[in-house]
Design a protein around this ligand. Structure first.
Ligand code: AMP
Length: 398
């Protein structure tokens, strides 16, 4: 997939109707937005388009209304809050059909620089099936399409992919541009040495990621729950640690693949273990890889953390997805903290894949010290798998 996509700065939007796919899938409680990160993230693109004289028509999904109008999933509270954050009116086009009479009238009456928000795109059952009629309806409102919703870029829906077939120009906004610049380039054109760190609970969630990254990296570091399947594959005893018996063979293959490709594959050389999966269990450090019967590995050990940290500090590009242990329990968070700290101390480009790792890094207070934290959990994993994201592939190349 080419990552050199046209951006909003490559086109003239003055006087044009600009449909912008945003990610306003924010959590709501009693009609109030409880986390505004996604709204704040969207402001720069919206402001640019409005300041440059576009008639800005925003759209997004929220939650899973399953193709019908649901009052509690209406985007109306988003329009209100956006108006405050932008210090400019965002007209809400209340319309159960999303692109109904109300929305059409609002767009017809819009002046240059005006901002309109359409209703939740998933109120239409066609949206998630990428059906042509709804894509055409959305396109009928626009001269230009802007995708700025990375979190849904791995889904081919009407508002992410279908619509691009029926508008003359489709470009990316600042958020997707940033994902392409850091996450895309890290995997595609990394400055070397390139180190990837994978952790988290299961091997099975990351099979394609491991396989693809072994083609690209100089060093692959494995920690967290998934490392015990690898340790077992190497013949170590792993006690009652998390293990996927049906993936032991796969782990062996990956160890072989790494060796054939000359990729340094690092696995824990010691572990922090406990006799119970609990925040209050006593944390015991093992001498080496082996874990005694009755004990489970809940974090990488101090020797491992030191080894991984050294590898990270010397790297030029570091991509991380998945914690090194059960970081939610203080006693078993050290490995994850050490690796995060090593990333902060590194002079290289540091990229955090979305989901749990992003949450861990933010929770540990390292959020603003990384080069880039991806906003899309599923989408960033598919990126690391080397898959083409349909929402990005559909945009015009430079
Ligand atoms: P993932 O969603 O695959 O990134 O997994 C993240 C989850 O894996 C976190 O909730 C961690 O608590 C969990 N995890 C990490 N290491 C271990 C481990 N050694 N044993 C059990 N769970 C783990």
């Amino acid at each position: 997939m080419g990552f050199d996509k046209k951006t909003i700065e490559d086109i003239d939007v003055r006087g044009k109707r600009v449909l912008v796919r945003c990610d306003f899938n924010v959590p709501l409680k009693d009609g109030k937005i409880t986390d505004e990160n996604r709204l704040n993230g969207a402001l720069k693109t919206i402001e640019y388009l409005s300041d440059h004289g576009g008639k800005v028509i925003l759209c997004s999904h929220m939650g899973k209304p399953k193709g019908e109008y649901k009052k509690e999933l209406s985007l109306e509270p988003v329009a209100k809050r956006l108006s405050q954050l932008l210090n400019k009116e965002v007209l809400f086009a209340a319309d159960n059909q999303v692109v109904g009479e109300n929305a059409k009238k609002a767009v017809e009456n819009a002046k240059d620089g005006d901002i309109i928000l359409l209703e939740n795109t998933r109120f239409r059952k066609e949206e998630t099936k990428n059906e042509e009629n709804f894509s055409k309806e959305l396109a009928s409102l626009a001269d230009v399409f802007v995708n700025d919703a990375f979190g849904t870029a791995h889904r081919a829906h009407c508002s992410t992919v279908g619509v691009t077939k029926f508008v003359p120009v489709s470009v990316c906004g600042y958020l997707i541009q940033k994902e392409l610049k850091f996450l895309g380039n890290a995997v595609q054109h990394p400055e070397r040495s390139f180190v990837a760190i994978l952790g988290g609970a299961k091997v099975s969630d990351k099979i394609n990621v491991i396989n693809n990254l072994l083609e690209k990296v100089d060093t692959l570091i494995i920690g967290g729950g998934m490392s015990y399947t690898f340790l077992k594959a190497q013949g170590y005893s792993i006690g009652t640690s998390l293990v996927e018996e049906d993936k032991v063979e796969y782990a062996k293959e990956m160890i072989e693949k790494a060796s054939k490709k000359g990729v340094k594959l690092l696995l824990p050389i010691d572990n922090v273990v406990a006799d119970k999966f609990s925040a209050n269990s006593e944390a015991v450090v093992t001498e080496d890889q082996n874990i005694k019967e009755g004990y489970m590995g809940l974090d990488i050990g101090p020797k491992t953390a030191k080894l991984y940290a050294k590898e990270v500090k010397d790297a030029k590009t570091i991509v991380w997805n998945g914690p090194m242990g059960v970081f939610e329990f203080e006693k078993f968070a050290k490995g994850t903290i050490e690796v995060a700290r090593a990333m902060v101390d590194s002079n290289g480009t540091t990229v955090i894949g979305g989901g749990d790792s992003a949450a861990a890094v933010n929770q540990l207070g390292f959020g603003d010290k990384m080069t880039h934290i991806s906003t899309g959990g599923g989408a960033s994993l598919e990126f690391l798998e080397g898959k083409e994201l349909p929402g990005i592939a559909a945009l015009n190349d430079k």
